[in-house]
Design a protein around this ligand. Structure first.
Ligand code: PLP
Length: 383
């Protein structure tokens, strides 16, 4: 559905999704019900997590996480500035202050635990790493910083659905799924994510206390859902706390279930394509492919390379466009948005440099090797 010859991403939708939607329509029950419950159960199983709650978006999931943990005015939330703006916005709306930490390196653009450590104050309530492109942040180090200090760890796992943490020294939490390592994990099923429903998300936790709050806050602070009442299990409800309406509906949950069934296979294809990109860039000193050494542990959400300079990036984007190839940019530094610039005086050197040189290239399970080769050829010709 685009005019690009090679678009950035293409939905992996087929007969399974059509069948899923028809199943819901035939059942004539649209609000949170059996599909949502099954989706949550299947998602929790994939995560090996105790609790998973389907929500209307990852932004909603992050907002719920903030409230479930009790983050509010006076609190500080340490997070990367190379990120989608959702957690920064939700932090500000809770009355807390986002504190931005730099990235580890240009090739590893996830939050740097050494910088995080220097930013910790008695007001630090949570650290929110984002697993950039589907590559996990340095979770062993971040857990060490949280433990004993009462700091909560929320994983923005929107890019990393289906990825498993690998610690180079085998230290805990080696082998755990992205999003099930910290206190709370959040996922997005937005249209361009590895698991796509249009809009939608999931919030997971292993804590019974946190789970109870997440579940109630998701639906007005209510103790019973209308599906349960429909089933005759509960005739009335109570409002235990003021909450939101962040529920997912049956159609999106049904689409999510068919997408979940394809997820790990799709991620494996994405890794093969990342390896093809890596082989293409091999031996070129001008271009840096991010997380090139960690492809086997990635969800393969994004393919990102750094141009030799900001000017080279502009030339590269232009050359790709001339050939009908779409590219993008993940992300501008949050500190440089007009709504943030005035409020934060920080400068983050690596973040700034990364944001000026990064370019996101086509990546989806249906991309072909020849297309990857063509893209790399065009980029390597740019100086
Ligand atoms: C997509 C995304 C979000 C927001 O997800 P929505 O479901 O659109 O709210 C948040 N953080 C990251 C890292 C994302 O990629």
């Amino acid at each position: 559905m685009s005019d690009w010859r090679i678009p950035l991403s293409v939905l992996d939708y087929g007969a399974e999704e059509t069948e899923a939607a028809q199943r819901v329509l035939a059942r004539k029950w649209l609000s949170m019900g059996p599909e949502v419950l099954a989706f949550e159960k299947e998602f929790a199983a994939m995560q090996s997590a105790e609790y998973a709650f389907a929500v209307s978006s990852a932004t909603a999931a992050l907002h719920l996480a903030i409230h479930a943990i009790g983050i509010g005015p006076g609190d500080e939330v340490i997070q990367p500035a190379i990120n989608f703006v959702a957690i920064a916005n939700m932090t500000l709306y809770s009355g807390a202050t986002p504190v931005f930490a730099d990235i580890c390196s240009l090739a590893e653009p996830t939050i740097d635990p050494r910088h995080v450590e220097r930013l910790i104050t008695p007001r630090t309530k949570a650290i929110v790493p984002m697993h950039y492109g589907g590559n996990l942040s340095r979770m062993s180090e971040l857990l060490d910083l949280c433990n004993g200090r009462g700091i909560r760890l929320i994983e923005d796992s929107c890019h990393a659905i289906g990825a498993r943490y690998h610690d180079p020294h085998g230290r805990a939490p080696h082998g755990r799924m992205a999003g099930s390592i910290g206190d709370i994990g959040t996922f997005s099923f937005y249209a361009n994510k590895n698991l796509a429903c249009g809009e939608g998300g999931m919030v997971v936790t292993n804590s019974a206390d946190v789970a109870e709050k997440l579940q109630m806050l998701r639906s007005h602070g209510m103790t019973r859902s209308s599906w349960e009442r429909h089933q005759g299990r509960a005739g009335s409800y109570d409002i235990a706390m003021p909450g939101f309406n962040y529920r997912l509906d049956e159609l999106h949950a049904a689409l999510g279930r068919s997408q979940l069934a394809k997820l790990l296979g799709g991620n494996a294809k994405r890794r093969e394509l990342l390896a093809r990109y890596r082989a293409g860039f091999d031996g070129d000193p001008n271009w840096i492919m991010v997380f090139a050494d960690a492809i086997e542990h990635s969800s393969g959400h994004l393919m990102v390379a750094l141009a030799p300079s900001q000017q080279a990036r502009t030339l590269a984007v232009h050359a790709l466009r001339e050939s009908g190839i779409q590219s993008s940019m993940h992300y501008p530094s949050i500190l440089e948005f007009s709504g943030f610039r005035g409020r934060f005086s920080q400068t983050l050197e690596l973040t700034h440099e990364f944001a000026s040189r990064a370019i996101t290239l086509p990546m989806h399970a249906g991309l072909r090797f020849e297309e990857v080769d063509e893209i790399v050829r065009i980029l390597r010709a740019v100086r």
